[in-house]
Ligand binder design. Structure first.
Ligand code: GUN
Length: 290
């Protein structure tokens, strides 16, 4: 069993990005600039945005965090996005999800200039991804594909079972893995909360991607010997013995699954860092595309 080390892989990619930024700046170019909007005080969202800001600093990007109170109106938020769209210094914009329930997430995502949509969430970019056209790929699916290819894991002709159908992970990943491309060329099955007898599907899988947000959902007896296991879950479990007051739990029961797997991602240190670095890759692309 080989651990798919997302931390080490993302560190390597960050060094490459930092080198590119250095060259841009030496030639008199502008540092790539990522803006992040964070609404409210959700602990996990604050942590994720903090990781994104830190990664920007590590690769030499400029970053701006715009924090708004939970009560911000939708119109106010849309107005601020319009300002950022018009600000030539900002190359990429992300709005951390989820948003408070009085705000229509689709309206917010639609308001982002597709050329600055480094999350790849805008319908125009989702459409381009569907068609296999150049675009910003959503960071988690993009990071997973990169991790698989960095370890030389072939996807062609493999059966990939994805558990979870979110717009951020499950469905874009299913689309990308089914494209006539490398990585891609997979036979893809999407399972979700309404799937009956889920283990019937997971036991046939060459590659399993667990992205449902249910701690330790995937157990050893649901997996065939030699499968590649990718764990997207990062649920916070209250734990008084930890300084933060919680520990992170993946969707995979590592204890029972790891010894059957050929490759497996840990939590933390697997998919998470790959998501962050993919956002950096997209931001560099947005800056270079100008
Ligand atoms: N919330 C959970 N994942 C993501 C992500 O990749 N981007 C944004 N903007 N919000 C998220």
């Amino acid at each position: 069993m080989i651990i798919l080390d997302g931390k080490a892989t993302s560190d390597k990619i960050k060094l490459e990005i930092a080198q590119t930024v250095k060259e841009i700046v030496e030639k008199g170019g502008k540092r790539p600039h990522l803006a992040a909007i964070l609404v409210g005080n959700d602990g996990a969202s604050q942590t994720y945005v903090g990781h994104k800001e830190r990664a920007c600093a590590q690769v030499g990007f400029k970053s701006t965090l715009l924090r708004f109170p939970q009560e911000i109106t939708q119109q106010e938020l849309l107005d601020r996005i319009k300002e950022i769209n018009a600000n030539d210094d900002i190359d990429g914009l992300i709005v951390q999800l989820p948003l408070p329930s009085h705000i229509d997430e689709d309206a917010v995502i639609n308001a982002i200039d597709p050329k600055k949509d480094v999350d790849g969430f805008h319908p125009e970019n989702v459409g381009r991804m569907m068609l296999g056209l150049p675009t910003f790929l959503p960071a988690t699916p993009y990071g997973i594909l990169r991790l698989l290819s960095e370890y030389g894991i072939q996807t062609k002709g493999k059966h990939c079972v994805i558990i979870g159908r979110s717009n951020i992970v499950g469905r874009p990943l299913a689309n990308l893995l089914s494209l006539k491309d490398e990585p891609g060329d997979c036979t893809v099955t999407i399972c979700h909360s309404r799937t009956k007898n889920i283990e019937y599907f997971t036991r046939q899988a060459d590659i399993i991607i667990a992205a449902l947000g249910s701690p330790s959902f995937l157990k050893g007896d649901m997996v065939r010997e030699g499968a590649v296991i990718v764990d997207v879950g990062i649920t916070r479990i209250p734990d008084e013995t930890k300084k933060a007051g919680f520990r992170l739990a993946g969707d995979v029961d590592f204890e029972t699954v790891a010894h059957k797997a050929s490759y497996i991602t840990p939590v933390p240190g697997g998919v998470g860092p790959m998501t962050i670095v993919s956002l950096m890759v997209n931001t560099l692309k947005a800056a270079e595309g100008k």
